[in-house]
Ligand binder design. Structure first.
Ligand SMILES: [Zn+2]
Length: 416
């Protein structure tokens, strides 16, 4: 069993790496081939220079993704078959035991992984984003962010991890059900606390004070029967030139947040259309559906882990001799993404459907034409490619390709 599990894991890993490399190769080739001309549909809306910048940015990101993939695989293999996890176990088990051992083991793996990721994060921000004019961070802000995230991770993560390890140790064979309930409760709590307690640690939120825009948005909210506890502008420009708008929170704590970078670029009717798209997500209950899906998937995963945790082949098949709850959790986090990789296109498909529904809602309650204008501007400003490889897009993209979204919106605009 040990050997078959090792073989199955290595096969799944090879398949995942093969598909990811193949798709990225296709993406680079497709974008490069279409670099020289603006697609006909966008001829009047987009300059060639902007189209080429988007192509170059996409290629740079995709190439870098291949490098990051290589590092990810090296880390995965070093921790498992390379003996990294076993070595950390040997190190800690000589000094501490029980819950302390579990926390020490898991935190040391997380610390090592973040250290390996750090140069990649630095390169992404200060070389790629910088080169395309998106970076607005200083090295000092970048490091402060990292420190804050680590501190927050420790403050929140330590008690959560202690609770999970405790439930695993004390709750008998149904521990995974208790862990799942705890996990769902914790996630809901974070969703609730995020807008008012966590997000302000990283950004400033000021109430929207542009009176005409505010009146326009309030009229839209009224039309759509939507109650929120406020409209806020976030200083996204502190870190990046990418623009966005989103909702956070539940029930009465719902907030609508606009990046200052978005408001700076769009006309009021376009901001209204973008917000109507976000309202569409809410009205179609996309957030709830997504949460329900993630919760049910985590229940399945935990039930599987509940079976694996006592199976020696699960540990030994991944190159680890030590058998305990913390180790089981770590191994599980390493193998789940490999075995579930082929679900990616299903999740992307679901997400793209939701985007179409939200676009249709925006076309109905605001203006399809204004949303088209806003989308073209956002694609241009974010240097998103208009000519993705169709297979790459089908597999990964959470948003439908621009050409498709815009032609559907144009159809809607002409039929009303
Ligand atoms: Zn959307």
């Amino acid at each position: 069993m040990t050997h078959s599990f090792s073989t199955a894991f290595l096969l799944a890993l090879t398949l995942m790496v093969g598909i990811r490399l193949w798709l990225s190769q296709r993406q680079i080739a497709h974008v490069t081939t279409h670099r020289s001309t603006v697609p006909a549909q966008f001829k009047d809306r987009l300059e060639l220079a902007a189209h080429q910048k988007a192509a170059d940015y996409t290629v740079a990101q995709t190439r870098f993704g291949r490098l990051a993939l290589a590092s990810e695989i090296v880390v995965l293999l070093a921790f498992t078959f390379g003996g990294g996890l076993q070595a950390l176990h040997d190190l800690w088990s000589g000094h501490v035991d029980g819950l302390t051992y579990g926390v020490a083991l898991i935190f040391s793996v997380m610390a090592i992984s973040s250290l390996v990721d750090l140069p990649f994060a630095l390169y992404r921000q200060f070389v790629i984003e910088q080169q395309f004019g998106f970076n607005r961070m200083t090295l000092r802000l970048f490091l402060t962010d990292q420190l804050k995230q680590t501190a927050l991770g420790l403050v929140i993560g330590t008690p959560v991890l202690l609770a999970v390890l405790w439930l695993m140790a004390k709750m008998g064979s149904l521990w995974w059900l208790y862990v799942w309930l705890f996990w769902c409760g914790f996630n809901l709590l974070i969703l609730f606390l995020y807008p008012t307690w966590i997000a302000p640690l990283f950004n400033k939120f000021t109430p929207l004070d542009d009176a005409p825009l505010k009146a326009r948005i309030e009229a839209l909210l009224e039309r759509c029967g939507f109650a929120s506890s406020g409209l806020f502008v976030m200083d996204g420009s502190k870190r990046s030139n990418h623009g966005n708008a989103y909702f956070t929170g539940f029930g009465k704590t719902k907030r609508i947040v606009f990046f200052d970078t978005l408001l700076g670029r769009l006309q009021p009717t376009e901001v209204e259309a973008v917000l109507a798209h976000e309202l569409g997500h809410f009205k179609h209950r996309h957030v709830l559906k997504r949460i329900a899906l993630l919760f049910s998937m985590s229940l399945v995963f935990l039930a599987v882990l509940g079976q694996l945790i006592d199976a020696p082949w699960f540990y030994q098949g991944l190159g680890v001799q030590a058998q305990n709850t913390a180790m089981a959790l770590l191994l599980f986090f390493f193998v789940v993404p490999v075995f579930t990789f082929l679900l990616t296109p299903l999740m992307s498909l679901l997400s793209r459907r939701h985007e179409f529904e939200a676009d249709r809602y925006a076309g109905k309650h605001a203006s399809a034409d204004a949303l088209i204008k806003a989308l073209v501007k956002l694609y241009e400003e974010n240097a998103s490619t208009l000519t993705p490889d169709p297979l790459h897009s089908l597999f990964y993209d959470s948003h439908p390709p621009a050409a498709l979204r815009i032609s559907r919106l144009a159809q809607q605009a002409s039929s009303t």
